[in-house]
Structure formats: structure tokens, C-alpha cells
Design a binder for this molecule. Structure first.
Ligand code: ADP
Ligand code: MG
Length: 300
């Protein structure tokens, strides 16, 4: 199977000490250099088949958005490799990335922050089309934009309005139309429905899946797959309706480990209901438990 994306041992770190002075601290009367790094992404590996949906799942703060931003090189990776459609883009300069900006698009979590408030909807959609030469004239771009807006459920007379005149769900539809405007091969949807009302979420998810079938792109979908105790706990934390009671079972206890001082062994052992002594000592290695189904856990 041809791959659209191959990520190996991806690392991203952020330096928390600001400026040169921030890097120095007084310790026992002496000035010492101290590095305070956030390890946002630690050796993440995955690959996505062409035309397929790949889900990346995890709790808040675990590094999903940072992984996404690093993969499309909005931030430079600190380690590992990224291949897009077979090409190693890890060290590509912003100039070299330009043509990939058209091929990889992102749909953001927050539909309120991701649209320019000073631009009319039609301009938000046509601008990238003209920039990436998906349309040759303004007229052609506008025709295509109206067609796309229609597909995502925005009417033509709404196209000259500004983002604040739309609801969250409508804004997310506009964000989706903008991503599709440049005819991308690969779309990262970073929790595209988590900021929306539950009643709207299913509509947007269905729309995203219908569009995939029509336009034949691949997805990195940031949002669930149970096997690791961690994912089991995450899934069991989803409230279940039984009668009139909302039941919650086996909620994750404890705090997410600090990304500054990473724990030893499995990063989840401090909160894992199934942890054994070895989990504290050794980082588990990857095991294939079913076809193409991997887990990093000492219990398997
Ligand atoms: N620009 C940044 N500077 C410093 N720390 C950051 C930055 N971006 C993200 N982080 C930290 O990296 C970690 C992962 O964040 P993020 O990727 O947003 O997680 P998620 O999307 O899974 O909720 C968090 O601890 C977050 O505070
Ligand atoms: Mg995020």
C-alpha cells in the first residue's frame, strides 16, 4: 500500500526559559545554566496509507496538536523523520515547503480563532485558490468557492458575510471548505468537532467522511482504539447512558505526567490500573498483536 505520510521517531521540544538571561539560575550562590524543556512529542512513529483515515487519540496536553503542527512543519521537528508521498521533507526550508502547503491542509479545533475576522467568507476561500493557482481568475475562483460552500451547507448569499455572523458549526463548515479549496491530498483534522455542540458534532463528522469519499484524500484524524490499558481507560471514561443515570467507570486517576520531567519506564505507569513493577522500570517496546495493530505495553 502506498503511503501518504510516514513519521518516524518524531520529537518536538519547547524551550521554556526565555531569552539568554532566563537560561541562568542562581544555585547555592552561583549562576548556573539550566535548561527547562517541554518534551511535547517523544519519538512518535506512525504511517498513513493513501486514501485512508488514521486516528490519533489521546488526552488533552499529550502532544497531539504539536505532532500535527510538526508533521506539516509549522514548527521544525527536533528529531526523527517525516516523509510525505515518499519524499523526505524533514529538513525542507519554508520555501521548499510551499508546494506542500497546497498538498497538506489542516482543519483546526477552534472555529472561532481559525478564520480571519476581517475577511469575507468568499475571500477566505478564494485567496488560497488563487495563491496556489487552483483557479486562474478571480471569477473562476469564486465559482469554485460557491460550489464548495454549497457542498458544506453554506448558501451563496451568505458568502459575502464575515465570520462573526456565523455559528460555531457553520464556521467549522467554512474552515472545511477552505481546507478543500486547494484540492489537497492530505488533511489533518485536529479535534474538528470538540468545540461544537454535541448536536452539531455528528453532522460535521458525517460531512468530513462524505467529502473524503468524494474528493479521495487521506486523513489524519485527531480525536479513539482500545488495546493499551490507557486507551481502555480513556474509552471507559466516556459517559454511558443507562436509564436516566450517567455512569462513569474506572476514570483515570492522578495527573498527566510532567512533560518537563518525564517519568521512568512506561509514561502511563503512574496512572495505570494494571501497572506492574516492570512498568516503572522499563519502557515497553512495540508489539504487533494483530495485523497492523501495535501496542507498547508490558502486559501484551
Ligand atoms: N509553543 C509551545 N511552547 C511551550 N510548550 C508548548 C507549546 N506548544 C505546546 N506546548 C506544550 O506541549 C504539550 C503538548 O501540547 P499539545 O500538543 O497542544 O497537546 P494536545 O493537542 O494533545 O492537547 C503541552 O504540555 C503543552 O503545554
Ligand atoms: Mg490539541
Amino acid at each position: 500500500m502506498e503511503k501518504i505520510l510516514e513519521v518516524e521517531n518524531l520529537e518536538q521540544k519547547f524551550d521554556l526559559s526565555t531569552g539568554v538571561l532566563g537560561k541562568f539560575k542562581f544555585k547555592k550562590g552561583r549562576l548556573v545554566k539550566e535548561e527547562r524543556m517541554v518534551n511535547a512529542v517523544n519519538k512518535v512513529s506512525f504511517s498513513i496509507d493513501k486514501g485512508k483515515v488514521f486516528s490519533l487519540v489521546g488526552e488533552s496536553g499529550c502532544g497531539k496538536s504539536t505532532t500535527a503542527r510538526t508533521v506539516i512543519k509549522l514548527v521544525e521537528p527536533k528529531g526523527g523523520t517525516i516523509k510525505f508521498a515518499g519524499e523526505d521533507i524533514t529538513n525542507f526550508t519554508p520555501g521548499q515547503m510551499l508546494k506542500y502547503r497546497k498538498r497538506m491542509q489542516m482543519i483546526f479545533q477552534d472555529p472561532y480563532a481559525s478564520l480571519n475576522p476581517r475577511q469575507k467568507i468568499i475571500d477566505i476561500i478564494t485567496e488560497p485558490m488563487l495563491f496556489h493557482k487552483v483557479a486562474n481568475t478571480k471569477k473562476e475562483a469564486e465559482e469554485k468557492a460557491l460550489e464548495l460552500l454549497h457542498k458544506v451547507g453554506i448558501r451563496p448569499e451568505q458568502a459575502t458575510r464575515y465570520p462573526h455572523q456565523f455559528s460555531g458549526g457553520q464556521r467549522q463548515r467554512i474552515g472545511i471548505a477552505r481546507a478543500l479549496a486547494v484540492e489537497p491530498e492530505f488533511i489533518i483534522a485536529d479535534e474538528p468537532v470538540s468545540a461544537l455542540d454535541v448536536s452539531i458534532q455528528a453532522q460535521i463528522l458525517n460531512l468530513l467522511m462524505d467529502l473524503k469519499d468524494e474528493f479521495k484524500f487521506s486523513y489524519l484524524f485527531i480525536s479513539h482504539d482500545p488495546l493499551h490499558p490507557y486507551t481502555k481507560v480513556l474509552l471507559s471514561a466516556v459517559p454511558k447512558l443507562s436509564g436516566t443515570n450517567l455512569k462513569r467507570s474506572r476514570l483515570v486517576k492522578g495527573e498527566i505526567p510532567s512533560a518537563i520531567n518525564l517519568p521512568s519506564g512506561c509514561y502511563f505507569h503512574e496512572r495505570c490500573p494494571y501497572a506492574r513493577p516492570i512498568c516503572k522500570e522499563e519502557m515497553p517496546t512495540e508489539k504487533e498483536v494483530k495485523d497492523n495493530h501495535f501496542v507498547l505495553c508490558h502486559l501484551y
